[in-house]
Design a protein around this ligand. Sequence first.
Ligand code: GRF
Length: 189
Amino acid sequence: KNVAVFASGSGSNFEAIMNSIKNGELDAQVSLVVCDKPGAKVIERAAKFGVDSFVISPKNFENKAAYETEITKKLLDKEIEFIVLAGYMRLIGGTLLSQFKGKIVNIHPSLLPSFPGLDAVGQAYRAGVKVTGVTIHYVDEGMDTGPIIEQAVVSITNDDTIETVEKKIHEVEHKLYPKTLQTIFLQEK
Ligand code: GRF
């Protein structure tokens, strides 16, 4: 599969995906990183792996459709077949959803449908739940609502802080995302 990774921030999941491709665990090619935040660390990480970044600010467009039309052009130009959201802090709109129907997945740091939206780790921590986790799901028009593909559990103990929970969640994500993508891509072939 020829893949684009969409990210807004650090890009540690992007890096985990790239490392899995390098060591042969994930059979895919990442040809593009789409980033809506100029200066985000993921852009540096992409350069390190020799992956092109397409940095595009929504504020330069009249509306989401115009913004996504510009992204779609770039994706078609690069012959992208599948979109992997990895910390892309924006809802996907109708333009991308119709162009890439059933071909967009997201990773979310909670056991959905619990704690959708921003700061899912903080939400879980403050709710006092003893188990949280990671969800990988297909993307629809809602906020973290599409069909669930895979989940993994992370426990929260009395010794945990938000930071230690975040660390545990990231460790799980970095294994689960490449592994799940491999399963999805094998099924699609
Ligand atoms: C991850 O926790 C992911 O679940 C969420 O955003 C975070 C991205 O982290 N959607 P990174 O940019 O991959 O380090």
